[in-house]
Design a protein around this ligand. Structure first.
Ligand code: SF4
Ligand code: SF4
Length: 347
């Protein structure tokens, strides 16, 4: 453990020092292709989390669910591009509010090229579905945002009195996954008062741990909370939590502009899946027959170039998810070094 931490530090330091030498090659690599692709399933949610801007009507768009035309066209283009990991997450919403979710997952999973389909959910709505059909639908990764701190804490943080239901659904999911030979990789993303260890509902935690290893129960670090551009205030986030620092110097374009193609539920393309804003919408998927044409096209180039000239979208100025493109490249370099070391010293 100590050795792996030291190795990690050493790799970060080496990547930082070597970065100027690799910069050009990394720029070329990141500009040449996107790393991730996703279609938003819906912008409807069944919770009103205190720490999320959904309850404040932050997403000004009409409420809706992705329709088959958007899904099939996006899938066709992604397939042509050679993609295999399909992100079906919502930006602000829960996929289990869509009564047709399973049939949509099946459409994606029917493509043999697709190896992974991931969703995020609070699991409140799972009991609307046949659990066996859900688990075997083709979805492969589920990240469950939840609170294991009892009914009162859940009500305060998730804004709805659904603790028992959410816990029952999570346990049903875990049991069904085991029954079917674990086709799903399930991770719980814990949102609770800090220190989390002291606030667990022990009874439910023990039941969950019968199915999930500790590594699959992930707690958001106390100082990484999103303030949604100042819309969320300190009393809205779990006790003991702090907001992630918002970097003021944003001269370099955000890493998000070089990472992902995010198709919204209505077919619009956004440059980022951390925020919803017309400022981040660059295009529409139906204008394209090839994702390469979008990635190397005028609309995306425009937002990147405007940023470099100092014309930064207002939503981005106040966003604490901002990270420099350089940081993303340094991280990639670090992982390259790690892979090389693993090859040289396999044990
Ligand atoms: S479940 Fe997710 S989208 Fe819904 S209110 Fe909570 S954090 Fe926001
Ligand atoms: S600054 Fe925030 S909203 Fe803007 S592109 Fe980056 S992550 Fe997205």
């Amino acid at each position: 453990m100590i050795f792996s931490k030291q190795l990690d530090k050493f790799l970060s330091l080496s990547a930082g020092i070597a970065f100027p030498l690799f910069r050009k090659a990394l720029d070329k690599k990141f500009e040449s292709d996107f790393k991730s692709f996703g279609v938003e399933s819906t912008n409807v949610c069944n919770a009103k989390c205190s720490f999320c801007a959904y309850r404040l009507g932050y997403d000004g768009r009409e409420k809706g669910f992705v329709n088959e035309d958007v899904l099939r066209h996006s899938l066709k283009l992604f397939k042509k591009h050679g993609g295999s990991n399909f992100s079906f997450i919502s930006v602000l919403g829960d996929p289990l509010t869509d009564k047709d979710l399973i049939s949509k997952i099946k459409i994606i999973a029917a493509e043999p090229q697709i190896k992974e389909i991931n969703i995020y959910s609070n699991m409140i709505g799972l009991d609307r579905y046949d659990i066996d059909e859900f688990v075997t639908s083709g979805v492969t990764i589920i990240s469950v945002s939840t609170c294991l701190g009892g009914r009162e804490m859940y009500k305060k943080l998730f804004g709805v009195d659904e603790y028992e239901r959410a816990m029952k659904n999570i346990l049903t999911l875990l049991e069904a996954n085991r029954k079917h030979g674990n086709p799903l990789k399930i991770t719980l993303l814990i949102r609770m008062y800090y220190p989390v260890e002291k606030n667990y509902d022990r009874e439910i935690l023990e039941k969950i741990r019968e199915y999930l290893p500790k590594n699959n129960i992930d707690v958001l670090p106390y100082d990484m909370w999103d303030d949604y551009n100042g819309k969320i205030k300190l009393p809205d986030i779990p006790e003991g939590g702090k907001f992630k620092h918002n970097l003021r110097d944003k001269k370099s374009p955000c890493y998000a502009l070089y990472r992902k193609v995010q198709v919204l539920y209505n077919g619009d393309i956004a440059v980022c899946s951390c925020r919803v804003s017309p400022e981040l919408v660059t295009d529409n998927i139906f204008k394209y027959e090839d994702l390469f044409d979008y990635w190397h096209g005028k609309s995306l180039a425009k937002i990147r170039n405007e940023w470099k000239k100092g014309n930064i979208p207002k939503i981005c100025r106040g966003c604490n998810h901002y990270q420099t493109f350089d940081d993303m490249e340094k991280l990639a370099l670090k992982e390259m070094f790690r892979a090389k070391i693993k090859k040289l010293f396999p044990r």
